[in-house]
Design a protein. Structure first.
Length: 341
């Protein structure tokens, strides 16, 4: 049995074991969310209440490390002859989500997709066009791999965000949607890289008079790869810059505002591990793109090895990210139980 087929089979088995473990620890947990809404009012009672909250906040929170004071944001807005005082307030809309259901979905998707890839694995020379589903990692981009990631990666981001109270509805939806777009962008990058590979392989066998047109098409395809890669870097940086900055702010608030507890260290471990693994996906894609773009020419066997190696790394990183999140999530709950007791 080829290594990549064994790897997908083992990954599916580990995902199934992880799913069973998560069923053992499962709880009927509802994570409440809220929406930030700007409330404008001319009521003196509303203004007095806001001023009182601001005063208490300044007295209770003592910023450390030279950070700014915890001051409530307020603004004045004039419409017509009236001046309104505006304050952003977290509104309880009754919305919530179940992190355990999300975790189960992530692991089940892994079992199904990774198991299907292992069962449907086909060597390049044995691939048949009349077969409905077959997994040929050496033939180029695999659409269903990116479908798996699109169905699971956004939920992984939501679970991470919820672990440190980043549960504002619009922000969570935006972060999850951006992660899904980043995954689909990865598939688009692979398609363009595949185009470059085909053009370079074809150019190697063409006579000199026909290589000019192929070179122009190859150059345009390479420009597309570079542009899409830069876009992927920007999206990835936005996601994790927001995530880390909000974690640091929440951790500081827990420490500064006379809170008897601190942010559990397990949360930071989860964030760092997931960041490293998610970034590693981009590193693999970047190295593959760099090799393809910088190569003067490519032949079919070399291209097949490139796609196969990338598939191995993706399979390894995928199962690592999902199991690390499960371990961290369960360990966080178990540790909290010990602290509570």
């Amino acid at each position: 049995m080829p290594f990549i087929q064994r790897l997908d089979g083992v990954s599916a088995l580990l995902s199934f074991v992880g799913f069973c473990v998560s069923l053992y620890y499962v709880r009927d947990t509802d994570i409440k969310m809220w929406e930030n809404t700007m409330i404008f009012s001319t009521s003196s009672n509303m203004t007095a209440a806001t001023d009182n909250v601001s005063k208490v906040l300044l007295e209770m929170c003592a910023p450390s490390g030279g950070t700014d004071a915890y001051t409530m944001f307020q603004m004045k807005q004039t419409w017509g002859n009236n001046t309104f005082d505006g304050t952003p307030i977290a509104i309880d809309t009754g919305r919530s989500y179940k992190p355990w259901v999300m975790l189960h979905w992530i692991l089940l998707c892994s079992v199904l997709f990774q198991g299907a890839r292992s069962l449907a694995y086909t060597e390049h020379d044995d691939a048949r066009p009349d077969v409905l589903f077959q997994y040929v990692p050496t033939s180029g981009p695999d659409f269903w791999r990116w479908v798996e990631y699109a169905l699971t990666a956004p939920l992984q981001i939501i679970i991470i965000l919820g672990s440190f109270y980043m549960r504002e509805v619009v922000l969570m939806a935006s972060m999850a949607g951006l992660q899904a777009a980043l995954v689909l962008l990865g598939y688009a990058i692979e398609l363009e890289m595949h185009t470059v590979c085909l053009l370079k392989v074809a150019a190697w066998h063409q006579p000199y008079t026909e290589k000019v047109g192929t070179s122009i098409a190859c150059f345009l395809a390479q420009c597309k790869v570079v542009f899409l890669l830069l876009g992927a870097y920007v999206f990835h940086c936005i996601i994790w810059a927001v995530l880390f900055s909000r974690f640091i702010a929440q951790s500081a608030a827990s420490r500064d505002c006379q809170n008897p507890s601190h942010m559990p260290p397990e949360i930071l471990i989860i964030i760092i591990v997931e960041f490293v693994l998610f970034t590693a996906f981009g590193v693999v894609l970047t190295f593959q793109a760099a090799y393809i773009l910088l190569a003067d020419h490519l032949d079919a066997p070399t291209v097949q090895v490139l796609w196969k190696n990338s598939s191995v790394w993706y399979s390894f990183l995928s199962i690592s990210a999902k199991l690390a999140l499960e371990w961290g999530f369960i360990h966080l709950l178990a540790t909290n139980d010990v602290r509570d007791n």
